[in-house]
Each structure stands twice: as C-alpha cells, then as structure tokens.
Design a protein around this ligand. Structure first.
Ligand code: ACO
Length: 355
C-alpha cells in the first residue's frame, strides 16, 4: 500500500471482478495476508484453520444471546462476540488473533440471527468452506451453489477498500500496540454507522417504497425536497460509479437470471432514474451508486435478512481490517493525527460564584 493509493483508477473494475468472481474467500484472505495467491495445499490449510477457529466460546455466545434478547442489533452482537472471543485462548500473537477474528465474525452474525428468531445457533461445520458455512449457520440449510458464489463474490468485493473509517479505526487501535481483536472490535463500531456500513438495509427499504409508489422519479424528488439522502448513492472518495457496484450488479444479474429477474430490472431502472435526478438537482456533486446499492439487491436474493446486511459486510471486511492491522504492526508508529484548535483564546478557570 502507498500513501496516495485511495483514488479510483480506470480499469479497476476488471481487476476487482476477476478476483471477486473467481476466488474463494480463503484465497482472498491468503492474498491479503501473504501478498500472493495460495497453492492448493495452502488454500486447504487456511480453510481448515479458519474452520477450526470458527467455534465461539460459550461466553461469547452468551453475549450474543443477551444482545439479541435485549433488542440490540447484529452489529452490537458482533462487537460483544469479538470482545469476548479471547476467553478460550491467550491473545497477543497478531497473526493468530487476525485468523481468530476473521473466523468468528460469521459465526457470531449467524448466532445472532438464530437467537433473534428464537432458535438455537448451529455449530460450525469444519468440513465446509467459510462462505458456505456462514450461509448454512444462518439458514440451517445447505446453501445452493449459486448462493455460495454470490456471497463469495460479495465478500471478495468488499474485503478491503483503502483507508475507510473502520479500517482507519482498526489501524489506529493496533498502532497503540493494543491487540488485533481490540482493533476489530473498534472497527465493528465504526462500520455500524449508516454513513459507512449501515446503508444496504435502508437501500432495500427504499427499493420497496419506490416500488409501492409506482413513481420512481417523483419519489426521488420528494425525498430530496425533504432534505433526505438516497441510500446507496454517493461516496466520500469516488466521483464515478463505485467499481464494486459494477461487480456486484453483474453478480446480482447472474443470480437473479434463474428467477425473479424482474426485481433486478426494477433496481437497475431505479438506479438510472435516481442518477438522472441527482445530476439535475446536485450538478456540483457527481453522485452515483456506491457498493451498498447492489449489495442490498444481491443479499435480498441470497436470502440474507436485511437486519444482517451490515454484519455480512463485516464478515468480508474483517479480512481487510486484520490485514491492515498486521501491516501496521510490521513497521509500527502510533497513529496520532493533530487537530487545529479554532475556539476562543485566553480563557481562564472561573470560580462558581462568578459564573
Ligand atoms: N443522496 C442525496 N444527496 C447526497 C447524497 C445522497 N446519497 N450524498 C451526498 N449528497 C449531497 C449532499 O446533500 C450535499 O449536497 P449540498 O451540497 O447541496 O448540501 C452534497 O451531495 C455533498 O455531500 P457530502 O456530505 O459533502 O458528501 P460526502 O462525499 O462527504 O458523503 C457519503 C459521502 C456519506 C457516502 C454520502 O454520499 C451519503 O450520505 N450517502 C448515503 C449513505 C450511503 O450510501 N453510505 C454508504 C457509503 S459506501 C461505504 O461506506 C461502504
């Protein structure tokens, strides 16, 4: 990574698509950790290590259950689970902590959903690939191959993305020489916010509302008149369509080709209508679809509950957080940005009776 690497580069879609649509998440994790693709033996070895680490300690499961019963959301449950994931081993070896974090996030997300639905969580199946086991623990059924390919393409597409807020958070935390699990716990908190990872659930709500309104263009104008933002549009860095949106739109199209192509088509039609209205109403800002828009469309097809969209983002992004944490520790220096004070000068402590 370089310090000027956070911009869009033409052709990126091709590279992202090549990896996202073909690799397993194990291969992508290996690539992030080792800077090369694994041999088949190395891939199998990482798959087995992840599988062996997927089981959550009872204390972490209890925290997930308590969160679900108290009405907390899936991200609250992930934060609690990763916070308690160290109790059955001694944390501190960064590479082992990284693997542990990457392994337990899907187990915690699936367990949250089972408790939420008043069902018992399912134990991980160590024979399965990471992505397939996530879907199985969630639904209780062996997932269809097209669902596994869809989720794996998604996880690969979102695994890492420069210095986004949650990755920066993870790096800042481990730069204090805290441990990698603490970095991941903080990153989960950063990802939770609707301006970062919390958008895809609302994207689905939006698509349903638009469908019910029967007037996409009027619906967009009404939202903008009310001062609202369209979820799944805009990006802090990109001034073009997010290259991941292209990859996920193709993945969603392939997924829906077998049934319900109508839903996919209505989403693409809305994308085009909304983009035109945004161009007209916000000519100074180029607002296009970001990764969250087609995430929502793809996840809905795969059958991931919308309450778990952000947690599923964490299932992928934990690979990037941990790879960044390991890279930070390789040549560590504490992350300590400076702030410029712009308040009043010359103020003094005032005693109570003079205030
Ligand atoms: N819908 C409508 N208008 C928007 C949107 C949007 N989605 N995004 C930005 N704008 C408008 C703002 O209202 C503002 O208009 P104004 O100057 O007339 O007041 C202008 O564009 C610039 O807004 P900023 O807040 O400066 O844009 P910024 O680039 O900082 O924001 C962000 C990026 C937070 C992603 C924003 O586009 C947004 O809120 N999008 C919706 C939420 C979303 O989809 N989040 C997921 C992001 S992707 C990710 O984190 C993985």
């Amino acid at each position: 990574m370089t310090d000027t690497d956070d911009e869009y580069r033409p052709g990126l879609e091709g590279v992202v698509a090549e990896l996202a649509t073909q690799a397993t998440i194990e291969e992508t994790l290996f690539l992030l950790y080792e800077d090369r693709l694994p041999t088949p033996d190395e891939r199998e070895s990482l798959r087995a290590s992840l599988a062996a680490n997927r089981t959550l300690p009872a204390e972490a499961l209890a925290a997930v259950r308590a969160t679900a019963e108290a009405g907390g959301d899936a991200m609250d449950a992930l934060r609690a689970a990763v916070g308690a994931a160290h109790v059955d081993y001694e944390p501190g070896d960064p590479a082992a902590d990284a693997l542990r974090a990457a392994a337990v996030v899907p187990t915690a997300a699936a367990a949250y959903w089972r408790y939420h639905e008043n069902e018992e969580p399912l134990a991980p199946n160590p024979d399965l690939r990471h992505a397939a086991d996530y879907l199985r623990m969630l639904t209780g059924e062996a997932p269809a191959e097209r669902a596994v390919r869809g989720i794996e393409t998604y996880l690969n597409a979102v695994v890492d993305h420069g210095f986004n807020a949650s990755t920066f958070t993870a790096r800042a935390i481990v730069s204090t020489e805290s441990d990698v699990l603490s970095g991941v716990t903080g990153a989960i908190g950063a990802l939770k916010g609707p301006l970062h990872g919390g958008a895809p659930g609302p994207v689905l709500d939006m698509l349903e509302e638009v469908h019910e309104s029967g007037d996409p263009e009027g619906w967009v104008h009404d939202r903008l008149d009310a001062g609202e933002r369209l979820m799944g549009f805009g990006h802090r860095v990109y001034r073009v369509r997010d290259p991941r949106a292209a990859v996920l739109s193709t993945a969603a199209e392939a997924f829906y080709a077998e049934d319900d192509a109508g839903f996919f088509e209505s989403a693409t039609e809305f994308e085009s209508v909304a983009r035109d209205v945004l161009r007209e109403r916000k000519p100074d800002h180029r607002l296009d679809t970001n990764v969250e828009f087609y995430t929502a469309v793809l996840h809905a097809g795969i059958g991931i509950p919308r309450e778990l969209f952000t947690a599923t983002f964490a299932v992928g992004r934990v690979g990037g957080w941990t790879a960044h944490a390991l890279e930070q520790l390789e040549n560590n220096r504490i992350v300590r940005p400076r702030a410029r004070y712009v308040g009043a000068e010359g103020r003094r402590y005032v005693p109570d009776d003079e205030r």
